[in-house]
Design a protein around this ligand. Structure first.
Ligand code: CA
Length: 419
């Protein structure tokens, strides 16, 4: 598919992250406008709330965009999603009628504040990147026992906290927690000294389900994707993780990018999961290409300094697709809700520079890596800003995710001071 052209001129270039082919959904506000649904086009945002209120868009009889979140549309399912996307494409296409009136509904992205695009109903995080699981398992248990025996048969995950999910740009406070190093006799309560990121994609469930669903149904129920940073305190994690998995190490915050890139926009970038070592059981078998070719990057900027790119990888490195993860999630009969967020698991590639966490990049702190500024890092320093970037590239256009960013603030002197 070629670049589709829009009357919003800034959308019509090969390196624009938000051409007419993309149409990502967000929630924005300005000094004059309360938070509301909007769609990005070029360097502008179209006010979808007003577009519906004045009759440019009509999805159902009642209002769908009268709340500052996309959940109402998400719950309506694939036909309503297609209808909305088709209408927005019509309104913003180069040959659209009434361009003058529609131009009144545009706000420059640069003038807008971006908010959480959805109400997150539940949050689950997986561990489905093979290179990451192998690297971390090697550090914790040695290369022979790196992958647990279940890993090649089910996408392993844990139930996270919807309350921990924040939008890109939110500052992240270094957490306190109970820590115990290998040399310590007893645990102590202290700020995390091994605070980290995890480069992930988040899949957003639109259509709810009740009872087991197939991989194909799961794929159809996914509304879209965001960049996701699962902030992780490795020292808290190492002490608490056995036998029930991560808990407080992952509860400080999870950041997501503000623009939901729809499954429809990613359709041309579908690709297969890697070759299987063991055949998957029938209910998890691949039924078509359900991963996406999305180039990913992590950058780190020390306080007041330029950012360095510290990792480059691709979403296609995942062993399990989001559809397989969602299908697996329902096998027990577990209901899934509109606004359920599924983290992919850290996305690392085969090479050292493909690693999606500082834990892997510095090999547990044993091999600090060097930034362009000459400084070294093993884990995150106070004042560092970590940013995830994502883009799917075609010949003459791209589908950009924008960025998912967060600055780490120093730990409080006394986390219980307000009690
Ligand atoms: Ca994770």
């Amino acid at each position: 598919m070629p670049l589709m052209t829009s009357w919003v001129a800034s959308a019509n270039s090969a390196d624009c992250p938000f051409p007419l082919n993309n149409l990502p959904y967000g929630v924005f506000s300005t000094a004059a406008l309360t938070p509301r649904c909007g769609v990005a086009i070029g360097d502008q945002i179209l006010d979808v709330k007003t577009a519906e209120a004045v009759g440019w868009i009509s999805v159902t009889e009642g209002a769908v965009f009268d709340e500052p979140r996309w959940n109402k549309l998400m719950a309506l399912g694939q036909d309503a999603w297609a209808k909305t996307r088709n209408r927005l494409t019509e309104l913003l296409a180069e040959d659209a009628a009434d361009q003058g009136a529609l131009a009144d509904l545009l706000t420059p992205i640069a003038d807008a504040e971006l908010h959480m695009p959805i109400e997150v109903s539940e949050y689950t995080d997986f561990y489905a990147g093979r290179h990451h699981a192998f690297n971390v398992g090697t550090m914790f248990r040695g290369p022979e026992n790196a992958l647990p025996p279940n890993w090649l048969h089910i996408p392993i995950g844990y139930n996270g906290r919807a309350s921990s999910v924040v939008v890109s740009g939110t500052d992240i406070r270094r957490p306190w927690g109970q820590l115990k190093g290998p040399q310590d006799d007893m645990p102590r309560f202290a700020p995390s000294a091994r605070f980290d990121i995890e480069l992930e994609m988040g899949a957003i469930v639109g259509t709810p389900s009740d009872g087991p669903i197939s991989v194909r149904e799961a794929d159809a129920n996914i509304f879209g994707y965001v960049l996701l940073n699962d902030w992780s305190a490795r020292d808290i994690q190492a002490w608490e993780y056995q036998p029930l998995g991560p808990f407080q190490a992952k509860a400080t915050a999870t950041s997501i990018s503000p623009w939901i890139v729809t499954a429809a926009a990613l359709e041309p970038f579908r690709c297969d999961t890697p070759e299987r070592e063991f055949e998957l059981l029938d209910h998890l078998k691949d039924v078509g290409p359900m991963l996406f070719d999305i180039e990913l990057e992590v950058s780190l900027a020390p306080e007041g300094k330029d950012a360095s790119t510290i990792a480059r990888t691709n979403y296609s490195e995942m062993y399990y697709s989001a559809a397989q993860q969602l299908a697996h999630h329902t096998t027990s009969g577990c209901s899934m809700r509109t606004g359920d967020l599924l983290g992919s698991g850290t996305i690392s590639g085969p090479e050292k520079h493909n690693r999606g966490s500082l834990l892997e990049l510095s090999w547990g702190g044993k091999e600090p890596f060097t930034l362009d500024t000459g400084e070294t890092r093993s884990f995150i320093n106070d004042g560092d800003t970590l940013t995830l970037h994502g883009v799917a590239k075609a010949d003459d256009y791209q589908i950009g995710f924008g960025t998912c960013t967060g600055k780490v603030l120093p730990a409080l002197d006394d986390p219980y001071s307000r009690n």
